[in-house]
Design a protein around this ligand. Structure first.
Ligand code: PMP
Ligand code: GLN
Length: 378
């Protein structure tokens, strides 16, 4: 067959997790927690299943869930999202991203995105006939060079994609970034796709700068969130998209033919569970302690950590250890030293290799300590 994505292989997350398993390595590659979730939510899913809620959910999501999301969004970002016309529950953020791109990108439309970028963005744009226009984030701070963005905007630019807190770097957008984003989006009539799946995983007292906090920006933005991150359940593949009514109408048209609707009992359980703010309020502190614990474990090693203000990833430089490319380094680390990590170059279209590896610290202390012991000896 003629491939529609001839240059794309299997996602790095699948590759590294499989390699970790095959070689008995501690898996700090793919981002997912290795600890149990709260029993309460598991019991809720069970209860809703036993009560017979096992058929299709409404296409845009279970109403109770959309209502509680609206309340939380209002409380957190001061943004009024209408549960009926502005919130859509999706099969993880991944489907939310794909549905939005399908809804808005016509063949030949340009989409600006920033590398290193989450791996699903570029294929989603191309499968819909769009043209990805990559701009590398500044190194080593991973901030956006807005002058570069202005140069790359053309009459065909339709969308700009941002991600804060950022995977893989853990960098976060500042208020000035949002101002620039808003100015450019309004001036050039662009749709902003803001991937905010790590909105609650933000550290050092920094507030999360959601596009929803600025009314002008929110009017042209789609903000994407993931319950997988917030409730330690990446396998549930449930997330949601917040967008103004005119955009939501279009997003639902594609969403309904990509998945139609999302897992019913999980949505009902999430709606009930979210009623208690204690279930998500302290997530930043929880993960900040994990970040700090991991940093503690690798202190004195030859790996140099880069600043991380959010997400559950810590990027480290290994330039004091080897000059091998990062893909080879990740493989050696997994197969020989038994700790798996993600090479950062795979997130760049131009394969920029700054000798960086990404470690996921969403793990039990015991796991992080064991990995630290190994990494200190390299
Ligand atoms: N965006 C980013 C930046 C991510 O890191 C991830 C997954 N970790 C996703 C989107 C996809 O989220 P989900 O698992 O909810 O589809
Ligand atoms: N988002 C997760 C990560 O960055 C992985 C998601 C996936 O496996 N597709 O590691």
């Amino acid at each position: 067959v003629q491939s529609r994505l001839p240059d794309i292989g299997t996602s790095i997350f699948a590759v590294m997790s499989k390699m970790a398993l095959e070689h008995g390595a501690i898996n700090l590659s793919q981002g997912f927690p290795d600890f149990a979730l709260d029993d309460t939510i598991i019991h809720l899913v069970h209860r809703y299943m036993m009560e017979g809620n096992n058929q299709y959910a409404p296409m845009p999501g279970v109403p109770a869930l959309r209502h509680i999301i609206a309340e939380v969004i209002m409380h957190t970002y001061g943004h009024k999202a209408d549960p009926e016309t502005g919130i859509t529950v999706t099969a993880g953020a991944t489907e939310g991203i794909f549905s939005c791109i399908s809804a808005f990108i016509n063949p030949g439309d340009e989409v600006i995105l920033f590398d290193p970028a989450y791996d699903s963005y570029d294929p989603a744009i191309r499968l819909n006939g769009g043209i990805p226009v990559q701009i590398n984030l500044r190194f080593p701070g991973f901030s956006i060079d807005w002058d570069e963005v202005k140069k790359k905007i053309t009459p065909r630019t339709r969308m700009i994609m941002v991600n804060t807190p950022h995977n893989p770097s853990g960098a976060v957008l500042q208020e000035e970034d949002l101002q620039e984003l808003e100015r450019l989006a309004l001036k050039h009539n662009l749709i902003v796709l803001s991937d905010e799946v790590y909105d609650r995983l933000i550290y050092d007292g920094i507030p999360h700068r959601s596009v929803l906090t600025r009314p002008g920006l929110a009017a042209q933005s789609v903000a994407i969130f993931s319950f997988g991150k917030t409730f330690h359940a990446t396998g549930w593949k449930t997330g949601y998209v917040v967008a103004p009514e005119n955009l939501t109408r279009e997003i639902r048209k594609t969403h309904q033919f990509i998945v139609f609707a999302v897992n019913t009992p999980v949505q009902m359980a999430l709606a009930e569970y979210m009623k208690n703010p204690d279930h998500y309020r302290n997530l930043g502190n929880f993960y900040q302690r994990k970040r700090d614990f991991f940093l503690e474990q690798i202190r004195g090693s030859s790996f140099e950590p880069l600043p991380c203000h959010g997400s559950y990833f810590q990027v480290v430089s290994y330039r004091n250890i080897a000059s091998t490319g990062d893909v080879g380094m990740a493989e050696t680390l997994t197969k020989k030293f038994k700790v798996a990590a993600i090479p950062v170059s795979v997130f760049y279209q131009d394969k920029t290799d700054n000798r960086l590896l990404r470690f996921c610290f969403a793990k039990k202390e015991e796991t992080l300590a064991k990995a630290g012991e190994i990494l200190k000896k390299i």
